[in-house]
Write a protein that binds this ligand. Structure first.
Ligand SMILES: [Zn+2]
Length: 152
């Protein structure tokens, strides 16, 4: 946590910079064609690109950045505030204090790597000798009728 906080303090720009070299051609209002090996359609109005990376990542792809840079618009206006450096620095602003383990598990269980079960405590009273019978299966005692001599 401390290392990340120190690393975030070194960032100077508002967003991570990505340099791209593309040929950008104006097509329609907020719609640009960005050409490189392939041709991509960037719509600055809907914040989308035909490569779909802008929609997936929620920040402009390199084609979108090229289209934004071709206009006089601010690049950072198209990037979600959660990707700005100051937001990332705020994530590590609050320290996580270490926790002492003096009053935790004994050294015996910690050294073996297993957490041992607690010592059983005998309940009060005499232990029960008869077991509980199953509720699902009822066995009736068969009796022999004295008049007919049949079991029932
Ligand atoms: Zn793209």
């Amino acid at each position: 946590m401390g290392e990340r906080r120190d690393e975030a303090q070194l960032w100077t720009s508002q967003c991570m910079e990505k340099a791209c070299r593309f040929n950008v051609h104006y097509s329609h209002t907020n719609v640009y064609e960005v050409r490189s090996k392939y041709s991509y359609v960037v719509d600055l109005g809907t914040l989308s690109c035909s490569c779909k990376k802008w929609e997936i990542n929620c920040f402009p792809c390199c084609h979108g950045l090229a289209a934004i840079q071709a206009t006089s618009l601010d690049v950072y206006a198209f990037i979600d505030k959660h990707f700005h450096v100051d937001y990332c620095q705020k994530c590590y602003d609050f320290p996580i204090y270490p926790i002492s383990n003096v009053d935790m598990a004994s050294s015996e269980s910690a050294s073996s790597g297993f957490i041992l079960p607690p010592n059983p405590k005998r309940p009060p009273g005499r232990p029960r000798l008869k077991r509980f019978k199953s509720r699902g299966k009822c066995e009736k005692n068969l009796i022999r009728y004295s008049r007919c001599g049949k079991m029932g």
